[in-house]
Design a protein around this ligand. Structure first.
Ligand code: GUN
Length: 284
């Protein structure tokens, strides 16, 4: 294997340690950072993610409040609950775990989160602010990807960056952040022609497709930095990314592992955003 591993575990631990220190300082000033997480229905993966977020908060001294709603809840009830969290001054961050059950309009729910509590960076206001380069909460997964890229010490500016996937949560904002870092950005998706060739030109490859080992070794440029956002269950039952790790690691200069990669950074960035929300609410 040629590639160096970008360890989400190491980077996230460092960030969490810093956040814990900041939380302790805020508490001395009477500010108690608090994240409210809304979980609608009983999607098993979402339950795992939400538990992870609660554990992370506890580790850093951030209060977390779980708002659980049945899958049968109406959109009006979801919006009513969000209204309560929006109005509660003791809640600094509000996160609605996605996906929502069928029949609930995801965009209508996201739009009901006050931008100043939108620690996921998903509201139209924050998406817009990000795209025009204003201060805002950055979406956690793409922000984590940028932190991982920075950790390599390599320049992002001027590089050919290829993002595979165009979701609102990862692909589109990852492209926006890479552009902000002055990369030349290509976004690929299911209709892209000659995907392998486009990927093979990437100095920075961000894989956010959601299909196990979709990116094969022949799609990696020698010396590339490969950021694997996928978390899939492989044919062997093990967790794996969107990238065929072993094959890609033969060619890349740096690669993120799955598990132990981007997922941990997503969680760490959420903690950063929550502390920022608490600080902003206190006018600090
Ligand atoms: N579902 C998958 N990823 C995410 C995320 O980053 N935030 C939320 N709220 N839901 C998700």
């Amino acid at each position: 294997m040629a590639a160096q591993i970008i360890s989400g575990k190491t980077l996230a631990a460092r960030i969490k340690q810093r956040v814990a220190g900041e939380v302790a300082q805020l508490k001395e000033q009477g500010i108690h950072p608090c994240l409210a997480v809304m979980l609608v229905g009983d999607d098993p993966a979402s339950q795992v993610y939400v538990r992870g977020k609660q554990n992370d908060c506890a580790e850093c001294g951030i209060e977390s409040r779980l708002v659980r709603l049945e899958a049968s809840v109406t959109q009006a009830q979801v919006l009513e609950e969000l209204g309560r969290l929006a109005a509660d001054p003791s809640v600094h961050g509000v996160l609605v775990q996605l996906p929502l059950p069928a029949g609930i309009d995801e965009q209508a729910v996201i739009a009901a989160i006050p931008p100043e509590k939108d620690v996921d960076g998903f509201t139209p206001v924050n998406v817009g602010r990000m795209n025009i380069g204003l201060d805002c909460f950055l979406p956690c997964t793409p922000a984590g990807c940028i932190e991982m890229l920075r950790s390599t010490g390599l320049a992002i500016e001027g590089k050919q960056a290829v993002v595979v996937g165009r979701s609102n949560i990862v692909g589109k904002p990852a492209a926006a952040l890479l552009l902000r870092e002055n990369a030349t950005v290509t976004v690929c998706h299911s209709r892209t022609k000659d995907l392998a060739r486009v990927c093979a030109g990437a100095d920075i490859l961000v894989a956010a497709i959601g299909r196990a080992k979709f990116i094969t070794g022949d799609m990696i440029k020698p010396g590339a930095v490969v950021i694997d956002v996928g978390i899939n269950r492989g044919a062997d039952g093990k967790l794996c990314g969107d990238v065929d790790f072993d094959a890609a690691a033969e060619k890349a200069a740096f690669i993120t592992p799955v598990p132990g990669g981007v997922g941990l950074m997503t969680r760490a960035m959420l903690l950063c955003n929550t502390v920022q929300a608490a600080r902003m609410a206190a006018g600090r």
